[in-house]
Design a protein around this ligand. Structure first.
Ligand code: AMP
Length: 398
């Protein structure tokens, strides 16, 4: 990977105004933050810069206010929780640009921290409007981007600013980029990818890119049904995108040419109703009845997948193998996640996972903490798996 600048390259920041883009878009219940993962991810960079004597000015978006001021989506609601996670005082400045904000910044002591109001209160944010970039840049001397999960968007605070001020990756961004580099950029082979989830249509570009990069492509979840149908298997009432069977065949052909082994389930768990703990059957894929749905990968296939993982050095994982929210259709996901976690702990596998549902599924298996790296990013992680250049990352390249 091309090298990018980090806080190790930033030099003396004491007394300097550092604009730090974080992802503080946390879920809330009323005024209470229900999951502070993103606040904890943001804390190391903010604390490090404050310890080095910078005036730390945190920029972030919150919800989708569409360019209007909206008190419901004010970052003022996050200040207290962020301050608690940091164990430091955080003041609030109620705009991310303009004369009042500049005066408030001028009054800050070196080493102190301020959270600036939602960047998306300005229409120019999502348009990457040079006027807003200019106005935000006027508040700072240096720009640090620590929000990998927002880096797939070329917005004023995620991309524009990097061209206006000396720009660096924060610690959280750095950790993401280093992990992703190890997983797909420059990985140790053999590499396996697990791609699951509901639909092929949302992950076509991911699959097309992965067949050129990995040695084993493990397809699970609802999307496996489309591949099975493409092979002429009757998948009954299963979720299946019949119009994409041609595309599925193209992907399997491309995999053949690239020496990538595609793993599809050969036994599956089926039910007539999609609800918790219905009557189920575990059958060969050729034995699915017309009124049955495939809802999980079967135990024989999971065992074969575990054996395949044991021969691999690197794993990248996005999407569950089955309808994991509904018991017992989390069984395959939980089992394979635990195998991957154990191989990682033994030191034989580098394992990187990402995407919203994936993190939930791995945590359900109690395996998330044992992976080498679990990305908190959703869309950005997928775009990275598609091999796309993320504008927020490209702007940090040395
Ligand atoms: P995604 O957001 O694309 O990663 O899809 C995740 C969703 O796929 C989860 O809500 C799962 O319940 C669902 N899913 C996984 N396997 C199946 C399946 N065999 N049939 C229906 N839904 C599934």
């Amino acid at each position: 990977m091309t090298a990018f600048r980090t806080l190790d390259d930033i030099g003396d920041v004491s007394g300097k105004r550092v604009l730090v883009r974080e992802d503080l878009n946390v879920p809330m219940d009323g005024d209470r933050v229900t999951d502070d993962t993103r606040l904890r991810a943001a804390a190391p960079t903010v604390a490090e810069l404050a310890d080095k004597g910078a005036k730390v000015l945190v920029l972030a978006h919150f919800g989708r206010p569409k360019g209007e001021r909206n008190p419901e989506m004010s970052l003022a609601k996050v200040v207290k929780a962020f301050s608690e996670v940091l164990g430091r005082e955080v003041r609030f400045i109620d705009d991310c640009q303009g004369a009042d904000a500049a005066n408030a910044v001028a009054a800050m002591a070196p080493g102190s921290i301020a959270l600036l109001e939602n960047t998306r209160f300005h229409k120019g944010e999502e348009k990457n409007d040079p006027a807003l970039v200019e106005a935000m840049a006027a508040l700072g001397d240096i720009y640090v981007n620590d929000a990998f999960s927002a880096a797939h968007r070329a917005h004023a605070s995620t991309e524009g600013l990097a061209h206006k001020l000396p720009a660096y990756a924060g610690r959280s961004m750095q950790a993401e980029l280093e992990a992703l580099e190890k997983a797909l950029g420059n990985p140790q082979h053999p590499v396996a990818a697990v791609v699951g989830g509901a639909k092929v249509s949302t992950k076509l570009d991911v699959l097309k890119h992965l067949v050129t990069k990995v040695d084993h492509l493990i397809i699970g979840g609802g999307m496996a049904n489309t591949f099975l149908a493409a092979r002429g298997i009757d998948v009954g009432k299963s979720l299946c995108e019949h119009d994409l069977t041609g595309t599925a065949n193209e992907i399997m052909d491309a995999a053949d040419k690239a020496n990538c082994t595609v793993h599809l389930p050969y036994d599956v768990v089926v039910a007539k109703e999609f609800k918790a703990n219905p009557p189920t059957r575990t059958v060969n894929v050729h034995e699915v009845e017309a009124d049955e749905m495939i809802l999980d990968v079967g135990p024989a296939a999971v065992e074969a997948l575990a054996d395949a993982l044991k021969t691999c050095r690197t794993l990248v994982w996005n999407g569950p193998l089955g309808a994991f929210e509904t018991p017992p259709f989390d069984t395959a996901t939980v089992s394979l996640a635990r195998t991957a976690a154990a191989l990682t702990q033994d030191g034989s596998l580098v394992s990187v996972a990402g995407g919203g549902d994936t993190v939930a599924a791995l945590n359900q298996a109690g395996a998330g903490d044992s992976f080498t790296f679990v990305s908190t990013a959703g869309g950005a992680f997928l775009e990275w798996m598609e091999g796309k250049e993320l504008p927020g990352v490209a702007a940090l390249v040395k």
